[in-house]
Each structure stands twice: as structure tokens, then as C-alpha cells.
Write a protein that binds this ligand. Structure first.
Ligand code: 6PG
Length: 621
């Protein structure tokens, strides 16, 4: 399809030859009345065209029963194309031959016996409604080039599409290609900034040699086998909605979109519902592991429509990391946005684990160790407390630039992309005391106020801090204690959300997929797989209770000494504060209740009244 002069007959007949199917020129099918009108130079009306388009539709339907065909037809309006593809929509591939007015004019003028004037051509351009669901071809390419592109796109439909080829999208695509999947890759075109991204990527990486690169969305979608499976690897937020809206006109019922970004779980539910109303399946998948994980095996947390997940499972499981029993670190989490919810909490746990290591660094530094020595001490902890974040912290501490350590040159302001914030909001909204996540988040926020911190330090910071009288072993035990509380709080939040939303999340299975590929993989996580099989509240596990009890003296001592030496240890402190506040049979909330009742008549319940009735006292009398 396309305006007169774009080369529909030339390309159409060559394409038909290349595909081994018959070619039909739509103009040969006009009824006599139309031909007479056109000969008189009278334009055809929509009514004139109706029967003709119907006839072409019948032609196409009949040919489809045999082997298919190529039909050339200007089909300038969407309503014409609707008639042409009536009842055969899923089997029609539109090819839109596109060129500028000037290019087409030049071509027409070059033809012998050309009859089309500039005005007539302009009216064609005015009528043209560009199709959204077509393979768009720039007519400046040679016919041979066009046929090659079309043949590739139409014959070799690929199994899986990746949209968005940033750091994560690229690594994930390479991983998929290494597993032998046939891919279509799309990255948008942005003049001078993002040009031919997919093509360049395919040329740069050998494993992607057979992947099809695109920067035209319609052609990308057309290149995929139906039901299409497209993984969105774009920035979380409005971009996801924009991409979904751009994709929708090109998709067919039952196609599957997978959002592999760090999307907000509430937005994922909204998108899930929206796409359901359009008969498109949506899988919200948390993906952890960073660039290296995406390439070598990430941890994947998919959720949404379980039937749709089953369709994409072979792809996701193939690229995921493996656990100790060689099982994929990818498992269906639950309905709606549960995959993004658990990924969000994963990041909350990650924030705490990172903050704890920063605090451990502060403590060890205060004991006078240099960074290599701290790295060595942390390396010795791997025997009992191994984790990915401990590993990378050791590498980080050892990294030198010239004669100094690189970390000494890194500005002490922490960034964030929002998932810690959302976890803190979620824990507050759901009334769950996952306090360490909030503490780690606020520690990052506080760090960002560099100038105010420097000013406050002039007033309040002890110039000569006294080294705390604690040992390396006590610091390690304090760290171990805090990590258990962190994991307790993270899993509790997930358990409560799962109950609230009816997600039925299997916590042990979640811990299992978190044992590899993701940022919070650790030996403790491996231990939790078994613990969570028995109970969702890990503070009820006898072994962990015993461990916490034996570590408790160290956390108390380290936190007390840290506070006396004015060291920044908010998360370590919060771990023991939390337990001190939580593990009490009788809390101080009676005072809070009395205060609420005093000023607001909010009432209270009495310990000597088992009915649970509300009581009120006139306190000032
Ligand atoms: C992961 C990471 C990853 C990313 C976070 C960092 O699991 O692979 O968590 O998702 O690094 O977005 O988040 P902040 O920028 O908020 O620290």
C-alpha cells in the first residue's frame, strides 16, 4: 500500500516472486463504472470504492485458503484497510511503502507516460492515513534491499521481542540469544542520540547475529510470531505507559507484554487491568542482578496472568540464574503486581544490607584499620556470613586509584531510584513495622544534605572521636544480628501484603529464587528457604531464635559503644531498638492510648475487661 508512484507494483511483484506466491494488482479489479469514471478524470468516492475493496477482500480470503498472495492496493484510508482485511485480520501483513512528496513526485516525473499531476498527487498525500500496524519501508532503498528486509520480516517470524536496549535490555537480549532464541530487538530512534541502536548492537555481538534489529515499531511487532511475546526493558514510570500506548495499535488479542523494569506494583496492577480490557496479557516481572546478572543469569519475579506466564516461562526460566539444585531462579509469584511488589521489597532489604555494610565500615575505620585491612576483615567473615553485597564491598574497599583508595574520592551523597521509598510507603500504609528499611532510606536521604551536614558537623561533631571499645568479632556478630532482623522485617511485609491482596505468595519459594542471580543473594537466604517452609514468621524458628540470642550481647555492646563514640550506625541501632520495642509482653502503648483518650476521646480497651469494649475517661476531673 501507499500513494501512487511509490512502487507498489514493482515491489509487490518482486516480493510475490521471492515468497513464491501469486501477485495481484488491485487496480485490475476495478468495476467498469469505476474505470469509466477514472478515465474521465473524475475522482472515486468511498461508495465507488466499497464494492471494489470487498472484491479484493474476497480475493485475499480465497488465496489464503491456498498459499496466500501479494496484493498491491493504495489503501490510503484506515476504513479501506478495514474492508480489505475483514475476517482475515490475523493473516494480513501490511507493507507501507513510504516516501516524501518530493521523492514520489520525482519518481512519477521520471516515468514514461506519467499521467499524475502534482495536485492529484497532493490529494493522495492528503488522504493518506498512515497505518500503525504495517511494516514501513522507506522507498529510497533499492528494490533488492526492500525485498530482503520484507522476506526476513515476513518469513522468519521470531519467538521473542525485547523493547528498550539500554544496559539491562541489551544484556538480557544477549542472554536470550545465547540460549538459542530467535529475537526481534527494538530501540526507539532519537536523532543524534539513539540512532540505529538495535542494528549496531546486532553487529557488535556475535550471539545476536541472527536477531532482527528494528527502530520502526510496527515492523518490530510484525516480525514476531503470534501470540507475540515482548519484554519491555524501559525506564519505570511514564515511559512504560507511553510504550504500551504506542504498541497497542500494532498488537493482536492474546499477545503478551512483560514489564521487566522496576515498576511500581500499583501501576502494574493498573496496567494489568487496562491491558486486560484490550485483550492483551500483562506480566509484571521484577528482575534483579544488574547488568552482569541480566547477561549471565538474573533472578526473575514474574506475576500477573498465570496462563500468560506459562507461555513466557520457557524464555524467562532459560535465562534465569540457577539455584544450588540447578533450578531456575525464576518462579511465578502471584496475581497482579505481586512480582513488582516482591522486587520492591527485595530492594528495601538491599538498601538495609548496603547501609549495614556502610556502618560496619564506619565501625572498623574507627578502630584504626585502613581500607585494605577492613577488606581483609570482611573477607574473613565470608566463612559464616557470605553474601553478594559483602563480596562486592570487599572489592570496592580494595580498589585503588593511584596511591589512594577510590572510595575516598567518592562524594558521600547517596542516590536512589525510588524503590526504597515505595517500600517505606508500603510498610507504613499496610501498618507493618519494617523499620530498618525506612531507616536505611532516611540514611540515604540525610546523606544528600551535604552542605547542611557540613554545617551541623561544625557545631556538633566531636573532633577527636574516641575509638569504641569493641572487637572485630563483636562487630561481625552485631552485623549478623541486624541482618536477621532485616530479613524478618522484609518477609513479614511480603506475607502481610500477600494476605491483603490474596496473592498467595510462597515465601520459601521466593527465598529460593533469591538465592542466586539477585543482589541480596546470601548464605542466610539459603538458610531461610528451609525456615520459611515451616513458618512465615522467622522469629518463631528455634534455630534463628537461638542465633539471635547468642548475637544479642554483641549488638547491644556495639550499638552502645557506637553511640558513645558518636558513630553513624542508624540501621544497626534500629535492629536492636526494634527488637527491644517489639519483643515485650507489655508495651508502653497504654500511655499512648491514655493520651489519645485524654485529648481526643479516642477511647481505650482495658486489660481487666475481656469483652474488648471501648472505655473513655474524663481525665481532667
Ligand atoms: C537489582 C537492583 C536494581 C537497581 C536498583 C538500585 O536488584 O538488580 O536493585 O534494581 O540497582 O534500582 O536502586 P537505587 O538506585 O534506588 O539504589
Amino acid at each position: 500500500m501507499g500513494v501512487s508512484g511509490v512502487g507498489k507494483s514493482t515491489i509487490g511483484s518482486q516480493l510475490a516472486k521471492a515468497l513464491g506466491v501469486p501477485f495481484y494488482d488491485g487496480d485490475d479489479y476495478h468495476p467498469k463504472a469505476n474505470i469509466e469514471k477514472m478515465e474521465k478524470g473524475q475522482p472515486l468516492t468511498d461508495d465507488d470504492r466499497f464494492g471494489w475493496l470487498q472484491q479484493l477482500n474476497h480475493l485475499a480470503s480465497n488465496q489464503l485458503k491456498i498459499q496466500g498472495c501479494v496484493i498491491a492496493c493504495s489503501a490510503l484510508k484506515e476504513s479501506y484497510r478495514q474492508i480489505l482485511q475483514k475476517d482475515i485480520q490475523g493473516s494480513v501483513t501490511w507493507v507501507f511503502l513510504s516516501g516524501t512528496f518530493e521523492t514520489v513526485k520525482k519518481r512519477i516525473l521520471a516515468r514514461k507516460n506519467h499521467f499524475m499531476g502534482e495536485t492529484l498527487l497532493q490529494s493522495q498525500f492528503d488522504t493518506l492515513e498512515e497505518p500503525l500496524n504495517a511494516i514501513k519501508i522507506d522507498i529510497r532503498s533499492t528494490p533488492d534491499e526492500i525485498i530482503t528486509v520484507l522476506k526476513n520480516t515476513m518469513q522468519e517470524k521470531t519467538q521473542f521481542g525485547v523493547l528498550g536496549l539500554g544496559v539491562m535490555g541489551k544484556s538480557l537480549s544477549r542472554n536470550l540469544a545465547q540460549k538459542g532464541f530467535q529475537l526481534s530487538l527494538f530501540n526507539r530512534h532519537v536523532d543524534t542520540l539513539e540512532e540505529k541502536v538495535a542494528l549496531k548492537m546486532v553487529n557488535e555481538h556475535q550471539e545476536l547475529a541472527s536477531a532482527l534489529p528494528f527502530d520502526d515499531l510496527a515492523s518490530f511487532v510484525q516480525s514476531l510470531q503470534v501470540p507475540r511475546k515482548i519484554m519491555l526493558m524501559v525506564n519505570a514510570g511514564e515511559t512504560v505507559d507511553r510504550v504500551i500506548d504506542d504498541l497497542l495499535p500494532h498488537l493482536s488479542a492474546n499477545d503478551i507484554l512483560i514489564d521487566g523494569g522496576n515498576s511500581n506494583y500499583l501501576k502494574t496492577k493498573e496496567r494489568f487491568d487496562y491491558l486486560k480490557s484490550k485483550h492483551i496479557h500483562f506480566v509484571g516481572a521484577g528482575v534483579s542482578g544488574g547488568e552482569e546478572g541480566a547477561l549471565k543469569g538474573p533472578c526473575i519475579m514474574p506475576s500477573g496472568d498465570e496462563k500468560a506466564y506459562i507461555e513466557v516461562r520457557p524464555f524467562l526460566e532459560a535465562i534465569a540464574a540457577r539455584d544450588k539444585d540447578d533450578r531456575a531462579c525464576c518462579a511465578y509469584i502471584g496475581n497482579e503486581g505481586s512480582g513488582h511488589f516482591v522486587k520492591m521489597v527485595h530492594n528495601g532489604i538491599e538498601y538495609v544490607e548496603m547501609q549495614l555494610l556502610a556502618e560496619v565500615y564506619a565501625l572498623l575505620k574507627s578502630l584504626g584499620y585502613n581500607l585494605d585491612e577492613i577488606a581483609n576483615i570482611l573477607a574473613s567473615w565470608k566463612e559464616t556470613t557470605a553474601s553478594y553485597l559483602l563480596d562486592i564491598s570487599i572489592d570496592i574497599l580494595r580498589k585503588k586509584e593511584g596511591s589512594d583508595w577510590l572510595v575516598n574520592k567518592i562524594l558521600d551523597k547517596a542516590g536512589n531510584k525510588g524503590t526504597g521509598n515505595w517500600t517505606t510507603i508500603a510498610t507504613a500504609q499496610k501498618g507493618i513495622p519494617s523499620t530498618m528499611i525506612a531507616t536505611a532510606l532516611f540514611a540515604r536521604y540525610a546523606s544528600a544534605f551535604k552542605e547542611e551536614r557540613v554545617a551541623a558537623s561544625a557545631h556538633f561533631e566531636q573532633k577527636k572521636k574516641q575509638a569504641p571499645s569493641i572487637s572485630k568479632k563483636e562487630i561481625m556478630e552485631a552485623y549478623q544480628f541486624a541482618r536477621i532482623i532485616n530479613h524478618y522485617q522484609g518477609f513479614r511485609l511480603i506475607a502481610e501484603a500477600s494476605k491483603k491482596y490474596g496473592w498467595n505468595i510462597n515465601l520459601s519459594e521466593l527465598a529460593r529464587i533469591w538465592t542466586n542471580g539477585c543482589i541480596i543473594k546470601s548464605d542466610l537466604m539459603v538458610e531461610l528457604v528451609e525456615v520459611l517452609k515451616e513458618q512465615e514468621n522467622i522469629l518463631n524458628n528455634a534455630t534463628l531464635v537461638k542465633q539471635l540470642l547468642s548475637l544479642k550481647p554483641s549488638i547491644k555492646k556495639v550499638v552502645a559503644a557506637g553511640v558513645l563514640s558518636e558513630l553513624p550506625i542508624p540501621c544497626l541501632s534500629e535492629s536492636i531498638q526494634f527488637l527491644n520495642n517489639f519483643a515485650v509482653a507489655i508495651s508502653t502503648a497504654n500511655i499512648i492510648q491514655a493520651q489519645r483518650d485524654y485529648f481526643g476521646a479516642h477511647t481505650y480497651q482495658r486489660t481487666d475487661d475481656q469483652t474488648g469494649k471501648s472505655h473513655h475517661t474524663n481525665w481532667s476531673e
